[in-house]
Ligand binder design. Structure first.
Ligand SMILES: NC(=O)c1ccc[n+]([C@@H]2O[C@H](COP(=O)([O-])OP(=O)(O)OC[C@H]3O[C@@H](n4cnc5c(N)ncnc54)[C@H](OP(=O)(O)O)[C@@H]3O)[C@@H](O)[C@H]2O)c1
Length: 220
């Protein structure tokens, strides 16, 4: 992995933070993006003062500009990881339009914008890893808007994967299982039902996020 250049969007979160930590430890050159500027700067200093840039999901142009920025900062770009998202709970008739818009923006439109901006600057054989969720395949009641957003993102990624295959860019949709770490408790609307114990986050990140990146690096 040494020398590989990677952008992690959502590096202030649990999954993005773990993925960044693992890649920095393995000699990758990393640029990181997240919403919380103070947390991002603090993490960047722990990760060797790597380049960092804050962004908000509602700024779609800003999301699309992240990969070109990272490519300039790192002198090229091989890999993009997108681990941005927010949970939301409640029966469909209980969810406000503002909350529905928020869920769609953070979980679908913003990740799409990041990937859209990354495709022209990624150097083949590049890798794009985007975390959607197991909920795409196993929707639960009281998650209609969150499920719809993740499913929209998954469908979009499926088409992009086919478009990019011949160019040598791998697009990986990670349908991450429920993890320990409190993601559901940080919901922007509603409260989670009682959930079973989640999988170990570090193990899941290694298996579902790092493994496809390592495979891409070996192909180079
Ligand atoms: N953890 C799980 O059990 C699980 C399971 C399946 C799928 N997933 C998916 O994996 C992804 C990451 O999950 P996680 O557990 O790492 O969650 P997390 O710790 O809550 O991190 C979420 C990330 O999304 C960012 N974010 C949230 N709202 C944003 C906004 N309005 N604008 C810009 N960034 C925003 C957060 O930025 P700040 O912290 O800087 O605000 C943070 O970097 C999500 O897409 C989630 O749906 C998680």
């Amino acid at each position: 992995m040494a020398g590989e250049k990677v952008l992690v969007v959502g590096a202030t979160g649990m999954i993005g933070g773990l993925a960044t930590q693992l890649m920095v430890g393995r000699g990758r050159s990393v640029a990181v993006a997240g919403r919380d500027a103070r947390e991002l700067a603090e993490r960047s200093s722990r990760w060797g003062n790597c380049p960092h840039r804050s962004f908000d999901a509602y700024d779609l142009e800003g999301g699309a500009a992240l990969a070109p920025w990272a490519a300039r900062a790192l002198g090229g770009l091989d890999t993009v990881v997108v681990a941005v998202g927010v949970a939301g709970f409640g029966r469909a008739e209980e969810v406000t339009e503002a909350a529905a818009e928020h869920l769609m923006t953070v979980n679908a439109l913003a990740p799409m914008a990041v990937v859209r901006g990354a495709l022209p600057v990624l150097e083949p054989p590049g890798v794009v890893v985007v975390v959607t969720g197991a909920i795409v395949d196993r929707p639960m009641r009281a998650t209609a808007d969150y499920t719809a957003a993740k499913t929209a993102l998954a469908a979009w990624l499926g088409v992009v994967e086919r478009e990019q295959r011949d160019r040598g860019i791998s697009v990986v949709d990670v349908r991450m299982p429920h993890l320990e770490g409190g993601f559901a408790d940080r919901a922007c609307v509603g409260s989670p039902p009682r959930l079973p114990r989640g999988a170990d986050a570090a193990e899941a990140v290694e298996r579902y996020v790092i493994a496809p990146i390592t495979a891409g690096a070996q192909a180079r």
